[in-house]
Design a protein around this ligand. Structure first.
Ligand code: ADP
Ligand code: MG
Length: 468
């Protein structure tokens, strides 16, 4: 680039930094790389066409004016995006390897494919492996909450069988499935002949039951899960407490492990904390590396939203993204929920996003997901669990079959729904504050000292999570 212009652009950047918000400056302005076309024309190379759209819409005048003040030249400004895929036959295609969405294909100067050894139906291979091509490392945002998990997952995808097993754990909606599938997608992208299977723990259980009922299928079940280079089992905790499944999984695990095949598991908890998981599986699951994913901090939440906007080419103000990232804290699935709803609103109504629309959308997602916070839902779940009626819980009945579930419900109202003792009393047939306090302390004490009660309450909590 023209040395002279480098100096001018540096000065312009200083001025632009003052004129724009920190986020806007960092995201849309600082990333532009100027190229002098002629004495009156500058072309900016932008990271994506999305950046160009935003820049043209919001900052073009500002950039032009700033340059004019500094140089007295009325520059004509054009943009070029890095992500534009060249048309066939264009110069850029004269390279040996073209990076495609599903792998690389070698081509000659006339754009003819000269090496078709890599199957082009990678999409189909992924589908058969149970993978969703949407989950990649490229679109996985790295933050302090998942940095180690991402780095380890990436290295596993590059060196199968070395870190075995990789065990990823963490709460709901934090990116475990995404990361696990990214490993599978990366492995197939690199080498489509690698045999990958992605399967949820639930599906594993179902397939095993089917195989047990039909002896002809037993062999194919074994073949399917043991004849792979990479086995991905998502939410593996579901096999806990299921003897036959644990037994079969133990053998599957050993067979793969011994032949150096890669195993990746996800779960909501570290192995030793999964109730009902056989000790020998706990030991096996802990043999490689365990990594956890925490809830994302504000910067990561914002970055995830920005990335989504870019991917979807959705022109949404950063102020709105800031608002969503500030209010929606607990998991990424909720963040995406709000984002998708707003995008649908814009697409279908073509109306601008007012504060009201944004606030209501955030509220609706948060409320929907906090359905768990009502005593009504807790009572429904507990009643179903103990096979009694909801009205029993609010009744005066004192038999232990009713009183115990009632006390547990009250305990959960306090612990998970954060209700006051008097509000709980009111919802449970007008009981007074001290009755609830007594029930709460009793259950809490049991929870801490009796592993059976703890298991039972944890199971109910899990159902509540699913129901909310
Ligand atoms: P989990 O399996 O832990 O419940 P998922 O992997 O299903 O969570 O993630 C929920 C959603 O959030 C998915 O759509 C996923 O793509 C997205 N997501 C989670 N973490 C990230 C991240 N770090 N970057 C981009 N998207 C993410
Ligand atoms: Mg998941």
């Amino acid at each position: 680039m023209d040395d002279n212009f480098i100096n001018i652009w540096e000065k312009a950047l200083e001025a632009l930094k003052e004129e724009t918000s920190q986020i806007a400056y960092k995201t849309y302005i600082e990333v532009m790389v100027p190229r002098v076309i002629d004495k009156n024309t500058i072309c900016f190379l932008a990271p994506s066409s999305y950046h160009i759209e935003i820049c043209k819409k919001r900052y073009l005048d500002l950039i032009q004016n700033t340059l004019k003040i500094l140089t007295s030249v009325d520059y004509e400004i054009t943009f070029e995006a890095k992500d534009v895929i060249p048309e066939e036959g264009e110069e850029e295609l004269d390279i040996e390897v073209v990076k495609g969405q599903y792998g690389n294909i070698e081509v000659n100067n006339n754009s003819q494919v000269i090496n078709t050894s890599i199957p082009t139906d990678v999409k189909k291979i992924k589908e058969e492996a149970g993978l969703n091509p949407r989950y990649t490392f490229d679109n996985f945002i790295i933050g302090t909450n998942n940095r180690f998990a991402q780095a380890t997952a990436f290295s596993v995808s590059e060196n199968l069988g070395v870190t075995n097993p990789l065990y990823i754990y963490g709460g709901v909606g934090l990116g475990k499935t995404h990361l696990m599938q990214a490993i599978g997608n990366a492995v197939i992208d690199k080498n489509p002949s690698k045999k990958v299977i992605y399967c949820t723990g639930e599906l594993f259980v179902n397939e095993l039951i089917k195989a047990m009922l039909n002896p002809n299928m037993n062999d194919s079940f074994k073949k399917k899960f043991r004849n792979v280079d990479l086995l991905l089992i998502d939410d593996v905790q579901i096999i806990a407490g299921k003897d036959k499944c644990q037994e079969e999984f133990f053998h599957t695990f050993n067979s793969l492990f011994e032949s150096g095949k890669q195993i990746v598991l996800t779960s909501e908890k570290p192995p030793k904390e999964i109730n009902g998981l056989e000790d020998r599986l706990k030991t096996r699951f802990s043999m490689g590396v365990s990594v956890d994913i925490q809830t994302p901090d504000y910067e990561t939440r914002f970055a995830i939203l920005r990335k989504k906007a870019e991917e979807e080419r959705y022109l949404i103000d950063d102020d709105v993204l800031v608002k969503i990232a500030t209010r929606v804290k607990s998991n990424v699935r909720e963040l995406e929920g709000v984002f998708n709803k707003l995008m649908a609103y814009t697409k279908f109504t073509n109306n601008p996003l007012t504060d009201d629309v944004v606030d209501n959308t955030i509220e609706s997602i948060l409320v929907k997901n906090s359905k768990i916070l009502t005593s009504k839902l807790i009572m429904q779940v507990v009643a179903k669990f103990f096979d009694i009626k909801v009205t029993d819980l609010t009744s005066d009945k004192r038999s232990n079959t009713i009183a115990f579930p009632r006390q547990i419900s009250m305990f959960l109202c306090r612990e998970v729904a954060d209700m006051s003792f008097s509000a709980i009393g009111k919802d449970f047939g007008g009981r007074d504050h001290s009755t609830v306090l007594h029930a709460y302390s009793k259950v809490k004490d049991e929870y801490n000292n009796n592993p059976d009660t703890k298991d039972l309450i944890d199971d109910i909590k899990k159902i509540l999570e699913r129901e909310s």
